[in-house]
Design a protein around this ligand. Structure first.
Ligand code: HEM
Length: 353
């Protein structure tokens, strides 16, 4: 029979075990924080890079900081049940909490200065599953990868090197494509007249287990009315919130959910490349925005529209953005909720309808 360890040997072993666990934990934290690989892109680095020159607006989202909440419903016609078994794509009406927003880290930005507008949705099915999606009005993303998005943020903030942006664009020609869209696409005077696009690709699985790569868009019922940009600049800095509050007060506003199905070989991992227009499309139902709610203390304030929160029947694809976005949105969410005391109850940004 082997000797039983003395109590002092057993204490040393226990301490050694504790030390190993502590070192492993520290190493795991250091790895996660990026200390072991300073060149690696982390969500903290990308969120820090979003901050404007004067620093982030405390208590607010680190991007798309200006917006307004709403509630409504998604009225599914059941047509997309052939491509996805997601409960909210079966015929029926499902409650929605959402947010119209502007792609800027500045909650006080003047509406006419922000080219890209956003729509964020949380659609809830009775069984408890949710579909969260945050889309933008641009038809494609300015860059092909999360690393390039970080590079774009750094290059555009680098005022000490006038060539930084030129060099970045030369190495990433898709940015010029985006610039051409931004410079030529008509502006509208209303969130209600915008089409909002997922840009990222996802996988839909139907009840038979068949899979399709998809993107989706919410297409407005309101006809887009182009407005010259200089006329928008002459309007109130917060005209978008006032406009959507008035429209929804007068009548619910509607968008059709259009699911676009990829052909084999379509670029699913690169949101800077739009798919050809002739791809199969399914009109899945109608988003009905029935009540505008204030942003300050409104129902969307403490929501994280993380694009990886998906119901059964929907999954992420090989597109690297949703995972990168999920990690960055969590950092932003943690920061802004921890800064609650800094969040003005009635911000000057005019977010109250
Ligand atoms: C790596 C790329 C991206 C990064 C790092 C990023 C970062 C962020 C961050 C930090 C927020 C604030 C989240 C919060 O506090 O809840 C945000 C919000 C948002 N982003 Fe992104 N984003 C990226 C790509 C995209 C793309 C591809 C789209 C659209 C297709 C998009 C659309 C939006 C929208 C609509 C919001 C507002 C969400 C809300 O209302 O809470 N973003 N983004």
């Amino acid at each position: 029979m082997a000797d039983r360890p003395t109590s002092s040997t057993s204490t040393v072993r226990s301490l050694a075990l504790i030390a190993v666990v502590v070192v492993a934990l520290v190493a795991a934290f250091a790895y996660t924080a990026g200390w072991l690989s300073p060149g690696r892109l982390t969500p903290v680095k990308i969120v820090n890079a979003l901050a404007p020159p004067g620093g982030a607006a405390l208590g607010f989202r680190r991007n798309h900081a200006k917006g307004i909440c709403f509630t409504g419903s998604f009225e599914s016609n059941g047509a997309a049940a052939s491509v996805s078994s997601a409960p909210m794509l079966a015929a029926g009406a499902y409650p929605v909490t959402g947010r119209f927003n502007l792609a800027t880290p500045d909650p006080k930005a003047v509406d006419a200065t922000v080219r890209v507008r956003g729509l964020s949705l949380r659609i809830v099915a009775p069984v408890g599953s949710e579909w969260r999606t945050a889309m933008i009005s641009a038809p494609f993303f300015p860059v092909a990868t999360p690393q390039a998005f970080y590079g774009l943020l750094k290059a555009s903030a680098n005022k000490s090197d006038p060539d930084a942006m030129k060099q970045f664009v030369a190495a990433h020609p898709e940015v010029a494509h985006f610039g051409a869209w931004a410079g030529s696409a008509p502006w509208t005077a209303s969130y209600a007249q915008e089409r909002y696009n997922s840009l990222n690709s996802f996988i839909f699985t139907n009840a038979s287990g068949e899979q399709h790569a998809v993107r989706w868009s919410f297409v407005p019922a309101a006809q887009p009315e182009p407005v010259p940009h200089d006329q928008l600049q002459a309007r109130d800095p917060d005209f978008l919130a006032a406009d959507i509050a008035k429209r929804v007060h007068d009548a619910p506003q509607r968008w059709t959910l259009v699911v676009t199905i990829a052909n084999p070989g379509d670029p699913t991992a690169d949101p800077s490349q739009a798919w050809p227009e002739d791809r199969r499309k399914v009109e899945a139902g109608t988003l009905v925005v029935s009540t505008i709610e204030p942003e300050a203390d409104g129902p969307c304030r403490d929501l994280n529209f993380d694009p990886t929160v998906l119901p059964p029947g929907m999954h992420v694809s090989d597109d690297p953005f949703p995972a990168a976005r999920s990690a960055a949105y969590a950092v932003s969410f943690d920061r802004r909720t921890a800064e609650d005391k800094d969040y003005p109850r009635h911000p000057a940004g005019g977010s109250t309808p």
